[in-house]
Write a protein that binds this ligand. Structure first.
Ligand code: SF4
Length: 435
């Protein structure tokens, strides 16, 4: 049944989950645009008649959000406000057979590697020559750059390899070409992302080539900040730090999920590293790049986690004093290594432990922010909200880290760098004035 308005097809892409999914949606938008298809991203207007939901299937909360979003779009279709609803991404890759039966109103389901098939459904052809062409959904001064797909690691809690497959590095020349295009579009900051960043090159070049890639990226004119996300601690290629130390436009910033710190949990999680090795690695990182900002991610409530394990983890946080910490509560995911274990910790207790961990981090974050008062930082202005400019230092990635609330009498441009002297500090934010 044609929607009441009979307008030319217009496709709205809705993206859920992580930055890697976001890049997939941007690539899909770029392909559709190149096929003269009308496409928007996350549009709230009701001027489209086709929706593509790019889902996340990582953990319970994310899966529920994806299903709710699909059901919302299906409801709009039932009301005649949409002609077609297509679903792609991780949830679809993982549960397609069940979902097809449970939500028959969806017109078609696609996996994470089936963009050409999805494009066909949208009357578009996959254009290989467009590698690196994307319609950015981020503000024009920063962008994510995905350097590989999938993962060869076997972390017991993780379903990502089930949805994204094994590790596949992008050829270096393609990444460099994409980065040059982004710089040409005015992008000043790129966030390098992957499921496992440090594994880059081991498949197609038979050796770790992230340091080489960083050197080439740092030579691209216009890229002022290059940021590393999702580094894996085990067999961490220390040469990365030499490049980081050497090159001014590689942020002294490292996002390295550790997930836990007790050997009991690291072993059960199959993280291929011990607490002692983690501590030695952190020491080397801080020696090689003094003042580096380290972000990590932790899991609370993994099967078998004892009070002693939690105590050991909070003690570890007090000793290591990370700059940024994120905590997930364990999600019991079928077909993962940990699924055979008894999910013996209640969700209330998982939440309590996550809270306890974040309370420890909150005071560390506040103390570290207080130390920044009086210091001047180069800040990238991201947006203006409630009459106030908001930006970030090189030690803050988008959406997950601190922000700098800027007091300025003069007009600032979004996407420009300004020097800010910090005047106030909060748990997770800073305040400052233009100097
Ligand atoms: S490194 Fe571990 S947690 Fe990360 S995507 Fe791979 S298996 Fe999952």
């Amino acid at each position: 049944m044609k929607t009441k308005t009979l307008k030319k097809d217009k496709i709205n892409i809705i993206t859920l989950g992580c930055s890697k999914n976001m890049v997939d949606s941007e690539v899909l938008s770029g392909q559709l645009r190149a096929n003269n298809r009308r496409v928007v991203h996350e549009s709230l207007k009701r001027d489209h008649n086709i929706v593509v939901v790019n889902t996340c299937g990582f953990i319970d909360k994310a899966k529920q959000e994806s299903i709710n979003t699909i059901l919302e779009q299906v409801a709009l279709k039932k009301e005649g406000l949409l002609d077609k609803v297509y679903v792609t991404g991780c949830l679809s890759a993982r549960y397609r057979d069940d979902l097809e039966k449970e939500i028959p109103e969806v017109d078609a389901w696609f996996g994470t590697m089936e963009m050409p098939l999805l494009l066909k459904k949208l009357n578009a052809d996959y254009k290989k020559e467009l590698v690196g062409e994307r319609l950015l959904s981020t503000p024009s001064h920063y962008a994510y750059l995905k350097i590989s797909e999938g993962c060869n690691r076997t972390c017991a809690f993780c379903a990502i390899p089930l949805m994204r497959g094994g590790h596949v590095s992008k050829p270096m020349e393609e990444i460099i070409a994409e980065a040059k295009k982004l710089a040409g579009m005015g992008v000043k900051e790129i966030m390098l992302i992957a499921q496992e960043l440090t594994y880059y090159g081991l498949d197609i070049y038979k050796k770790r080539r992230l340091p080489d890639l960083l050197r080439q990226l740092s030579d691209i004119k216009g890229l002022e900040w290059i940021r590393l996300h999702y580094a894996y601690p085990s067999r961490f290629p220390l040469e990365i730090l030499d490049v980081m130390h050497e090159k001014n436009n590689i942020c002294n910033y490292l996002d390295m999920p550790l997930q836990h710190a007790s050997d009991n949990m690291l072993k059960a999680m199959r993280r291929q590293i011990t607490k002692t090795e983690i501590i030695e690695l952190l020491q080397k990182i801080r020696e090689k790049v003094p003042g580096i900002c380290i972000r990590t991610t932790l899991i609370a409530g993994f099967p078998g986690e004892t009070e002693d394990d939690v105590e050991e983890l909070t003690q570890f946080l007090k000793e290591q004093r990370f700059d940024r910490v994120g905590v997930f509560t364990y999600s019991h995911e079928e077909d993962t290594g940990a699924y055979a274990l008894k999910d013996n910790i209640s969700s209330e207790e998982k939440e309590r432990r996550a809270q306890e961990i974040m309370e420890v981090q909150q005071s560390i974050s506040y103390e570290k922010n207080m130390e920044k008062i009086g210091t001047t930082f180069k800040v990238l202005v991201d947006k203006k909200e409630a009459g106030r400019y908001i930006g970030r230092t090189e030690f803050d990635s988008v959406e997950v880290d601190n922000e700098v609330l800027i007091t300025s009498d003069e007009t600032l441009s979004i996407g420009e760098f300004v020097n800010i002297r910090i005047t106030k500090a909060y748990d997770y934010d800073l305040e400052g004035e233009v100097v």
